[in-house]
Design a protein around this ligand. Structure first.
Ligand code: SAM
Ligand code: SF4
Ligand code: SF4
Length: 358
């Protein structure tokens, strides 16, 4: 393992050696969670370009068995909910036919009919590698406060149909101050449905999410987590103000890199709905927000340099940025330096999110 900036070897990652591929099947969503990049003032952020990976293109990109076999395939993403993709079921079936290690899907669970969810449950029953993660942040009276637009009755109907058809699933719960009292009830329902129940701890828990009414544009609610019992371990340590802590973290990070990179150390890649390949959701997100002057820094390359419809994933991994520059750019004096790598992955990745089964 390489955990410092002194190493100068090339990283020639082979697609068949990758351990995990995260795929953003779409940038569309039925919900408007206030902490999501796609939500702005209660509406879809106008900067979100609506895009989907069609079954046809998915098959072109992940074209052969060795691109899927034995890997964790994870349908999540930054800007959308995978279930919205119109080819979702067929894409799952194609992927399962290539024998992945596991096919994990992250969804708010609020879209589509109980018949559709029953079909997904049957697919999972016949191939338990399909593992659905329902991201439900509360119970009847609280889930919609963060998962804005998700109808509780419909969600429970969908989860029940999936479970009754024999589907394998998990309930992932983001704790906030307003839903802590519902954890126990939610866990009971999760157990009844035959799902594992996990809490997610993330650095996003330091943010306050403003829920804005779409019509009036007024702030209706503010969502945050101050209860330290449910916070990410790195946030629990904080004793100073948010800005002071940020400055301290940046100072510490530049002194001590110890980066744990999802690509280089964990063998992961990220495929966006725009067909671009990035090492991780962090840089896809960073690029989307145009942070770290990414647009300028990458302008020296062909605009399609990481487009997996134009280039095979292997050729993208062989590109100089993936094979050499990324690792070298962790040095803040490098011309391609991206502070996001330090912010999200320094200190052996201890700020990356974690899950705990309770
Ligand atoms: C943008 S979502 C895409 C997948 C899907 N739409 C969903 O919500 O599960 C990516 C991940 O971020 C998680 N997420 C959303 N809001 C969050 C928050 N405030 N803190 C931590 N994770 C969050 C979601 O649960 C999901 O696992
Ligand atoms: S369900 Fe997922 S993609 Fe949709 S708004 Fe919420 S976090 Fe974003
Ligand atoms: S942010 Fe940088 S260091 Fe972290 S996983 Fe992505 S590419 Fe690797």
């Amino acid at each position: 393992m390489l955990f410092n900036k002194a190493a100068t070897i090339n990283i020639n990652m082979l697609v068949q050696d990758l351990k995990k591929i995260e795929v953003e099947l779409t940038t569309r969503c039925n919900a408007r969670c206030p902490g999501c990049a796609r939500t702005l003032k209660g509406e879809t952020n106008p900067d979100v370009e609506l895009a989907d990976i069609t079954l046809e293109n998915y098959k072109k990109i992940l074209h052969s068995r060795e691109y899927i076999e034995d890997k964790e395939i994870f349908y999540c993403g930054v800007l959308g909910d995978p279930i919205v993709n119109k080819d979702f079921k067929e894409i799952c079936e194609y992927t399962l036919s290539m024998d992945p290690k596991v096919l994990i899907i992250s969804t708010n669970g609020g879209l589509r009919s109980k018949e559709y969810w029953s079909q997904l449950g049957t697919i999972s029953k016949n191939n338990p590698k399909l593992d659905m993660r329902f991201c439900v942040d509360g119970y009847k009276d609280t889930n919609h406060l963060y998962r804005v637009g998700v109808n509780w009755d419909r969600l429970v109907e969908n989860m029940t149909a999936y479970s009754q058809a024999g589907g394998k699933g998990q309930w992932v719960y983001n704790p906030f101050d307003h839903n802590i009292d519902d954890i126990e009830k939610s866990k009971q329902l999760s157990t009844k449905l035959g799902f594992k129940f996990t809490l997610r701890y993330s650095m996003k828990q330091e943010d306050t999410h403003k829920v804005v009414n779409k019509k009036t544009k007024k702030i209706e609610n503010k969502i945050s987590l101050t209860n330290t019992k449910y916070q990410h371990p790195e946030l629990k340590k904080k004793t100073t103000t948010k800005q002071e802590t940020k400055n301290l973290i940046i100072k510490e990070e530049t002194k001590n890199l110890n980066i744990k990179c999802k690509l280089i150390h964990e063998g992961e890649i990220y495929l966006g709905a725009n067909h671009q390949i990035w090492p991780c959701c962090y840089l896809y997100d960073n690029n989307w927000y145009k942070r770290d002057d990414m647009v300028e820094k990458f302008s020296k390359y062909d605009p399609n340099w990481n487009d997996s419809l134009k280039h095979d994933i292997q050729d993208i991994l062989d590109h100089e940025w993936f094979s050499q520059i990324l690792k070298d750019s962790w040095d803040e004096n490098h011309s391609m330096f991206l502070s996001r790598c330090q912010k999200s992955c320094s200190h052996f990745g201890k700020k990356q999110h974690t899950f705990a089964e309770i």
